[in-house]
Design a protein around this ligand. Structure first.
Ligand code: KG4
Ligand code: ZN
Length: 358
């Protein structure tokens, strides 16, 4: 019997259909992830049309399993939270429409969640507490960014990628080597037995907090095009170069901002090399925190935690909200990550003129 307040969260921004039940203090009561990887594997990446259709097919079963395995009935829920963006438009639309229908049918407030903020909360599930100020390194298939947070929920973007994300580079290198999507796990596995025998560039290593991975990816392609490349060694050289960039930039941010915690999240945070290089003590007094492996890649539990944060601080979103494929991280000064991106979630105004929530 669950005595805490709980919400149902739904995530469909890319190729995982996921639902979870999460308590107000971020305990995960159930977390169901239906992956589409087998449907996309042979194409070397996610095919948007296949992804959105599959979300619609899988949604009911995934939500039902999350509710049933938690022993939860609609009446027990305080709210329904859903990823509104950023992500693939058709994929997001499938999740947002389902969440809106559920919220309407069960008379629950609808909470909009930013997928990026979801990843930032993934390290705080099941009792882990981050001490602030914190620096986050978000490394996924869609994003690669360094974020400074003086307190939970307040963000300053330090740097982002100028081209590919590191996860995308993993996926493209895997494809060049003839392996299926996603590239992360296979490249990491190959790298274990390979030697760093190819000299690969470390783009933008010496300056600032921005990233660039397309030059590294092209350098790998040139090595492969020359023929006789040893896949294990290519993987080991690529992993060494990309992890060098990630850890150097993170260390730079830690030296400048002296955070209490350095939090590494997103699919690439599964990398055993990254986890080894950023073992205890690697950043001096700054505590290094990784999410558990099951919460590194996309899931709905992290959306539940960020959903609680949104719900209690900003309240539900407007009923008219659709998906926001280019939503950016809400930054402390009110500015957005990029002028061309959509900014903030439209929060529902209460009748007394406040933003609701608490
Ligand atoms: O966070 P995520 O599930 O989805 C996005 O929000 O993008 O990240 C997916 C990315 C893929 O590019 C995949 O290749 C990468 O995470 N990935 C890994 C590993 N497992 C997945 N990268 C490095 N090492 C891994 N073990
Ligand atoms: Zn993600």
């Amino acid at each position: 019997m669950i005595t805490e307040r709980i919400l149902l969260s739904i995530e469909t921004s890319c190729d995982e259909t996921a639902a979870a039940i999460v308590t107000e203090d971020f305990r995960v009561v159930s977390s169901v992830v239906s992956t589409q990887i087998p449907l996309h594997a042979k194409w070397g990446g996610v095919i948007p049309g296949i992804a959105s259709k599959q979300h619609v097919i899988a949604m009911n079963g995934v939500v039902r399993e999350a509710m049933d395995s938690a022993g939860v009935k609609p009446d027990d829920l305080a709210a329904v939270a859903v990823t509104v963006g950023p992500g693939l438009p058709g994929s997001l639309a499938a999740g947002v429409s389902a969440a809106k229908a559920i919220a309407l049918a069960w008379s629950k407030p609808l909470v909009g969640v930013n997928h990026l903020e979801g990843h930032l909360f993934s390290a705080e599930l099941d009792g882990v507490k981050i001490e602030f100020p914190a620096v986050y390194l978000l490394v996924s298939g869609g994003h690669c960014m360094l974020v400074y947070a003086p307190e939970r929920g307040k963000y300053k973007l330090l740097g982002t990628t100028k081209d590919d994300s590191v996860g995308e580079a993993y996926d493209k290198v895997a494809r060049e080597l003839g392996f299926e999507y996603p590239g992360g796990p296979v490249i990491d596995r190959l790298a274990l037995t390979g030697k760093e025998s190819y000299q690969l560039p470390r783009p933008m290593l010496d300056v600032g907090y921005d990233f660039s991975f397309s030059g590294l990816k092209s350098a790998v392609r040139r090595v492969i095009d020359q023929g006789n490349a040893v896949a294990e060694d290519v993987a080991a050289s690529f992993v060494a170069a990309s992890m060098d960039v990630l850890t150097t930039k993170l260390k730079r941010a830690v030296e400048e901002y002296h955070p209490k915690s350095a939090v590494i999240v997103g699919g690439v945070s599964k990398s055993p090399v990254l986890r080894e290089q950023l073992g205890n003590g690697a950043l001096g007094d700054t505590k290094i925190i990784f999410p558990s492996l099951k919460y590194s890649t996309d899931n709905a539990a992290m959306i539940g935690a960020a959903g609680w944060w949104q719900f209690t601080h900003n309240g539900p979103i407007e009923d008219t909200v659709g998906m926001m494929p280019r939503l950016s991280l809400p930054l402390a000064g009110g500015e957005t990550e990029s002028a061309s991106m959509e900014g903030r979630l439209p929060i529902r105004r209460q009748e007394d003129g406040t933003d609701g929530g608490k």
